[in-house]
Design a protein around this ligand. Structure first.
Ligand SMILES: C[S@@+](CC[C@H](N)C(=O)[O-])C[C@H]1O[C@@H](n2cnc3c(N)ncnc32)[C@H](O)[C@@H]1O
Length: 377
């Protein structure tokens, strides 16, 4: 049942690092022995605490340890079990802080089904736990989760993460860190998730540019520049037909060299195309910072489905974010997941960019710009 409890010191360092007012109501839905609740209580003694856990014994101990807190036995991944918990009922107030170190594994090792809004999703148990918890988060509340780092990089979790990103902001509080949970050591990330306030990417972007001064990172963070990220669509197996005239350049991972784009091959114009200013990255292959390329031209290009684009509506912003990525090489290359063949997911890239202060919209190649020139040719 994944009883790998969080070291008290680690829980404390996360809670003490949060910049926020004392939450009125806080919860841990996989509370175990209460390491996370204890860190919350230490910092904010007056906060109301609620807990659930699958284990009856854990709940009994929680009730003894936190005398004025609510603790109930519940299989949190089962909606009917959650409905039996009184403080999770519709009539009850939501939580301004939810702090989780959810179970990382399940018995069958398969995906867990869960719903977010009207969407049915299947993902790892850890992310399913996070998604199931989001409905109990107050409008301005924050959910903090200690997750296996694979939640941000794996294909298994990428569609669930993309779904979360549509309505929530996901911020990386702690990038990959090896933590000992009892006898095992796991590489984890700590994320903060909050509901997104309705801000369009184009609007946020304009504010960003008009006010940009001083240090790049500070300014990007302050102004929340937003951009679109998408994946190319030209399939390379079998490779598209090369044409000698009247075509558009194809950009595949082999054309990303020494931080710039080599244009060498033309294909039929019927393929979806896009234009700069963009940063292009390989979606698959050994992570290599020199394959992070700036493409500023407004000449249209078609991207292979092995290439990911980050598109901007200003060359200045593209250049700033490019230099930010180059100077955060470890963070960028660490966003690639997979054991043998490494790959980057749009959701993983978005979370990494968010940690640098850049809010992105995940979209299709034909939705990647606010201007008509960027639509499919
Ligand atoms: C990784 S431990 C974390 C405990 C605690 N939050 C901490 O950080 O120390 C996960 C806890 O989730 C509980 N658990 C496992 N599956 C669960 C489920 N479906 N619903 C609720 N709790 C569950 C386990 O009993 C265990 O106490």
């Amino acid at each position: 049942m994944d009883q790998h409890y969080t070291p008290e010191e680690f829980a404390r360092s996360i809670v003490n690092g949060l910049i926020c007012r004392a939450p009125r109501r806080a919860a841990d839905f996989a509370a175990g022995e209460g390491a996370l609740l204890s860190a919350i209580r230490e910092r904010w003694p007056k906060t109301y605490l609620a807990a659930t856990d699958l284990s009856r014994l854990a709940v009994k101990k929680l009730r003894q340890r936190f005398r004025n807190a609510k603790a109930e036995q519940c299989n949190f991944l089962d909606e009917s079990s959650r409905k039996r918990v009184c403080f999770l009922g519709a009539a009850h107030k939501k939580f301004s802080l939810i702090f989780l170190n959810p179970p990382f594994s399940n018995r069958g090792g398969g995906k867990c089904p869960v719903t977010l809004g009207d969407e049915s999703i299947a993902c790892s148990p850890a992310l399913a736990f996070v998604i199931a918890s989001l409905r109990y988060l107050s409008r301005r509340g924050r959910l903090i989760a200690i997750l296996p780092s694979s939640c941000l990089t794996s294909q298994r979790d990428s569609s669930a993460l993309t779904e979360i990103l549509k309505s929530h902001d996901v911020q990386l509080l702690c990038d990959r860190k090896d933590v000992r949970f009892g006898k095992c050591s796991v590489e984890v990330v700590v994320v903060a998730i909050s509901r997104r306030e309705g801000l369009t990417s184009a609007g946020a972007f304009r504010i960003g540019l008009s006010k940009m001064r001083g240090g790049i990172k500070t300014q990007l963070t302050k102004n929340s520049i937003s951009v679109s990220v998408f994946r190319g669509t030209v399939q390379m197996a079998p490779p598209p037909r090369t044409v000698t005239s009247g075509g558009i350049p194809l950009v595949h991972t082999t054309h990303l060299k020494s931080r710039s784009v080599e244009i060498s091959r033309m294909i039929e114009v019927a393929h979806a195309s896009t234009s700069g200013p963009m940063i292009l990255l390989p979606r698959v292959g050994r992570p290599n910072i020199d394959k992070t390329c700036l493409y500023l031209s407004d000449a249209r290009i078609a991207l292979s489905d092995c290439v990911i684009a980050i598109r901007f509506n200003s060359a200045a912003a593209a250049k700033l974010v490019f230099s930010l990525l180059i100077s955060n090489e470890r963070l960028l290359l660490g966003s690639y997941g997979g054991c043998c063949a490494k790959y980057l997911t749009l959701a993983g890239l978005s979370v990494m960019l968010r940690s640098l202060g850049i809010i992105t919209e995940v979209c299709r190649v034909d939705q990647a710009s606010t201007d008509s020139a960027a639509k499919v040719a």
